[in-house]
Design a protein around this ligand. Structure first.
Ligand SMILES: O=P(O)(O)OC[C@H]1O[C@H](OP(=O)(O)OP(=O)(O)O)[C@H](O)[C@@H]1O
Ligand code: HPA
Ligand SMILES: [Mg+2]
Length: 184
């Protein structure tokens, strides 16, 4: 799908597919170097991180197990409720393992700070995070993000896993929506 197929829904393409792919190459190379010889487990946060997980993990030069959690704080709106609910927990025991949380976006930082606390309390050897996107608001919450693809402005974005009311996840780029989409 491209921007033209979106009719009037899309306001602007912020990050192109090519830019995303180049950045994921760099992030994967860094992760390969940092986790060499370690018991790495990738933990994807459903549903938004599906595309980042697929494209980042395939760039790693090692076989790596992955597990998934589903948490939700946004529902169908554009603001975090601040209340994080576990919808699906991990299958794996993470005791003693080096966990890398894979996220699509750190926005208010509330989801990630809750997740890092939750996974940290389960006896992992380390818990770090790789995210494709981060907004400036995230720095307000005390949370350390090791791998960041792009810092973006404070605007609601969609695509590459990110949704508005469950739509637009399958756009291969990151974009903003026309105000008319929110108003309708
Ligand atoms: O930093 P925060 O303000 O907490 O926002 C970031 C979180 O919000 C989104 O998930 P959402 O709850 O929308 O679930 P989804 O991935 O299923 O869309 C996103 O995928 C992150 O997990
Ligand atoms: O900007 C965003 N877009 C879509 N989902 C989100 N979840 C947190 N921030 C966002
Ligand atoms: Mg969402």
């Amino acid at each position: 799908m491209n921007a033209t197929d979106m009719g009037g829904d899309l306001q602007q393409v912020l990050i192109t597919q090519e830019q995303i792919e180049r950045r994921l190459d760099e992030m994967a190379a860094q992760i390969d170097a940092d986790y060499e010889g370690r018991d790495l487990l990738l933990v994807g946060v459903l549903k938004g991180a599906v595309y980042v997980m697929a494209d980042l993990s395939r760039r790693l030069r090692r076989s790596v197990p992955m597990d998934w959690m589903a948490v939700s704080s946004y529902g169908s709106g554009t603001k975090s409720s601040g209340v994080v609910r576990i919808l699906k927990d991990l299958d794996a025991d993470i005791t003693g393992r080096d966990v890398l949380i894979v996220e699509d976006i750190i926005d208010s930082g509330l989801t990630l700070s809750w997740l890092m606390g939750n996974l940290g309390s389960r006896g992992a050897n380390s818990v770090e995070t790789a995210t494709l996107l981060r907004k400036p608001e995230a720095v307000r919450v005390e949370v350390d993000v090791k791998y960041v693809g792009f810092d973006i402005p404070t605007e609601f974005v969609v695509g590459y896993g990110l949704d508005y009311a469950e739509n637009y996840r399958n756009l291969p780029f990151i974009g903003t929506l026309s105000p008319s989409v929110y108003e309708s």
